[in-house]
Design a protein. Sequence first.
Lengths: 450, 592, 203
Amino acid sequence: MAIAIGILVLVVITLLFHFMSPWWFTPIASNWSSIDLTVDITFWITGFVFVVVNLFLVWVVIKYRHKEGRKAHYEPESKKLETWLSVITTVGVVAMLAPGLWVYGKVTQVPEDAEVVEVIGQQWHWSFRFPGADGVLGQTSVAVMSVDNPFGMRADDPAGQDDILIADAELHLPIDQPYKFVLRSKDVLHNFTVPQFRVKMDLVPGMSPYAWLTPTRKGRFDIMCEELCGIAHHTMRGVLVVEDEGDFQTWLQGYPTYAETAARPAGNPEVGQATYGLCGTCHGAQAEGIQQLNAPKLAGLDSWYMSRQLRNYKAGVRGAHEADSYGAQMAPMAATLVDDLAIDNVLAYIGTLPDESAPATIAGDAEHGKDLFITCESCHGKQGQGIWALNAPRLSGMNDWYIIRQLDNYRQGIRGAHPQDLYGKQMGFMARVVRDEQDINDLVAYINSL
Amino acid sequence: MAYVALADKDHEQHLHDPQSFISKYIWSQDHKVIAVQYSLTAIAIGMVALVLSLMMRLQLGFPDTFSFITPDEYYQAITLHGMIMVIYLLTALLLGGFGNYLIPLMVGARDMVFPFMNMLSYWVYLLSVLVLCASFFVSGGPTGAGWTLYPPQAVLPGTPGIGGGIVLMLVSLVLFIVAFTMGGLNYVTTVLQARCRGMTLMRMPLSVWGIFVATILGLLAFPALLVTGIMLLLDAVLGTSFFMPAILSMGEQTKTAGGSPILFQHLFWFFGHPEVYIVALPAFGVISDLVSVHARKNIFGYRMMVWAILAIGGISFIVWAHHMYVSGMNPYFGFFFATTTLIIAIPTALKIYNWVLTLWRGDIRMTVPMFFVIGFIFTFINGGLTGLFLGNVAVDIPLSDTYFVVGHFHMVMGVSPILVIFGAIYHWYPKITGRMLNDTMGKIHFWLTLFGTYAIYLPMHYLGIQGLPRRYYAMGDTSFLDESTQAMNAGISVAALFVAVVQLLFLFNLFWSLFKGKRAEKNPWKATTLEWQTPDNPPVHGNWGPELPVVHRWAYDYSVPGAARDYIPQTMAPEDVPRADDSYHGEEGEHQ
Amino acid sequence: MSFFRKVTSKPWEHAGELEGIHGDFQPVSTASRTGLVMFLAVVSSMFLLFIVSYYTRMQSADWEVLKDPRILWFNTLVLVLASVAMQMASNLSKRDKPGRASLYLVGGTVLTLVFIAGQVAAWEQLLVAGYYAASNPANAFFYLFTGLHALHLVGGIWFLVRLGIKLRQHDYVQAKQNVALCATYWHYLLLVWLVLFALLLRT
């Protein structure tokens, strides 16, 4: 008897939970409402079966529980009953399968007017590529990927010259235009998911899976990786903005074509030397860093990293947080570099300066720090040397006091909180792995020993 | 093949010799002892996996709180939790444990046909468990590639345990497969060749059918895991490119090229899906027997139950790619695999109907095993129905890789088989130990486990519909999750901790009843099947004394009209059956 | 009775009938042979999946066909002879001639060892010529196939040695049945090798 009531209670709880829980599909932003419909159909059919079979079970258990003198009915099988049940079940299954396959048929058929965009996944970042004026994506190859050619563009393919390279984790798309997403992975399996779009697909190295959809609602959506891709899997986030065609075109024009990036001249250190004069007042003439002025060492730091930070400072992505007083000092300085060429020049000059390890100022338990560093080394490298492909700058030989301040900033959401600072957001996730001050000191002590 | 001892008269004598402690309990060739060894080892390593799941729940429920759970450790925990629960606990316990204990007793054999190989099976299994445990202690720790061990990341930097961890994992799997094969050959051959007189295939209890077909599935499907394991091992150790394409890893080009990660997934799931039924079919069989005994009624539609087991076993080999709808495989496969997957739902549904119809017009005894049976029927209906979402390709696309999947497979492959295992232990404990388990503790354990697990897994489905991805160490802020999601996650974690603590009550009951439990009668549930008809309780080595039993009827003669008692043991000849009414004669009573 | 008729019979009828097999004291070969057949099914499943993987992997552009060493032809001949020897041993032991049967068993073992040595020689030739496992999947598959196949033969030899001990102990009853099983096992492995060899030659 108790068990019958128990099952009844569970059925009631299930129904209440189903109708009252705040968790349901997030409002759809694509053409795939038919997918939601198949889910609804399945819910109605399975929900009906769930209630009917369980209520029958409850009734049976109450009615036929043991009483003095009861004897069970003897009936090995009933062909009629079993046949009927098979038929009804088959009908239910067909009622779910048929609409499912019909919708899936549409999922597999990309419409002819669909535009193409390539989604590129790597540990643990997103980047994107548009085919440009010719509408054809140029060929790529892992073999030619390098810090100067992160997309792996093949220089000999004319179709690739006008491809627009989005070396950012933010993608914009125009509303109501069908898009075919061609998916490419540089390293391991990833998965391209925007929950509001419903469709998702894995990125497989060596293959080009695809998915298609039409964005139908303007907004700013999260791109999630939903295939386990290593220890920073949960930080592999991107942003997809759906906007009007005009806004989209403006955004797109802010990005270079492959031909433009390839033709971009290298920075000139001699020109940069003059610009560096101003920087040197704080960072030191040899860019060795001056702790009293809270200016970190720059010599030996990866130039792609400094370039990104300078542009972030200029755009107000970094140094804009009210609690970031040192960043607030840097922001107007960065603004004195008028364009990308000026940035390249000054970075070229910093690249010529001697790289001597910064002095250690922090004491801690390096042995313990080594255990903590296991998480860090997945991106920053075993020696803390920095890895361009992971967008992780060098740590070893840099100022320990500066690393500590930045870790604190990340943990408190002072840095990495700006919606456009997706790399910083990632570090914010990882910085929270270190739980207290002692851990930070131990960690930095280990970095100092590298 | 010297281990074939049965026919040899000298060996036959040897079988009944009194034995020393070591040969009786350690190097034992007795299927019952091996079954207990398998079960205890599986439960022990299962406890490790349970603790790992608590680590995960602590992190998910209360992110940024516990310094001992880093992303590395989190991903190592999900990997080892999954692998241990699926392979080293469920497969080992249901086949190595229940299979070993029940098959010879239920088909009337003295032992497995190859007892030495059977013993070896356990020891190799233990070795595989130890190798697995060793991976916790190597530099870099165990692998964190997820239990599916998908290449390329399973062997590339960026994944925890790419040194010793992944190698030991794969070696352990290979050992497990060797152990399983040695055991499995025994189970199948024993069912086919060592049944006692009168025990036709269709007179076998459904437990034996379930275990038998599951073992055949295992024998044919585990080679797929072996093949993938060996090739991945070579990729990891020798640098071959079976599954490894050209890759940029940590900013540098690897030396690999041309390999196919999708090939790995096809091979893995060619094993992985039958594996689901390797766990489910024995559970189906056991539940059928429990429901029949405790409802004092024959299993409804025995033939349909056997056919369903065979059908499910067969179809389970052509549904594997429903795990791969969004994997990037040829999208047209989706049509085929969605259809086969939904077809397999039909025999499975029939099994559920027949369990409920067995209760219908029965004489239901509210014993602890019956509680677990009814609890199982409920959770399995739930888990089975959510399977229809994930099997249907269009419905699966938004749900795959979310907590909906986690909720579904824990309901159908976690909670349901575990409830069967508990029910089965309450049912057969008196046979194994000669004592009854404590009823009160059993009922408390049941209620708390059923409601606790439901509190864990029901909400997960809805979080998944909302888009909560699985295998995320931390969620952070998103544009699609309701603010209450984190509160629900914390609630789930509390429920998980609670359920884990409740299991200690079960372990305590197991231990306490061994010494203080009520002494069991020979056939406490008044069951018909052979294992309850042994001359000794618990049965001694050799099971049957000087004479093997002879079987006169099927395993489900409960409440037969005209018979004095509500059960007729399989060993009872028609002329020996006591009549309810002395004036009654003729054999119609037996034939319905 | 066919399997289909078995599983469609109504077991609740005919109580008291005792048809069906009788498990105790039955000839051991039946159980062992069933076990062996099941085992061969497992091994077949494994090699089949390897072959499927081979064909799938072959589609990739980086596949370079391996020129199979000519010694494989010689090895194949040796393995055929080993199989013949095992069959002779089986025939002779059935006719209760344990002495001559042992002779053929020894011959079969030696031939099998020669085969394995030949396979090792093939490996060496390939390694000397620079065909490493890591350099191309075709090479890797070659080592994998030949290695696993040889490993199964080694397992067979282990059983043969135990059989030899039985024979020396004059335990003919059991030995007789086991010789037949060994012969089956050898024929099966010969068949596997022929399939693998054909596959390696063709591609």
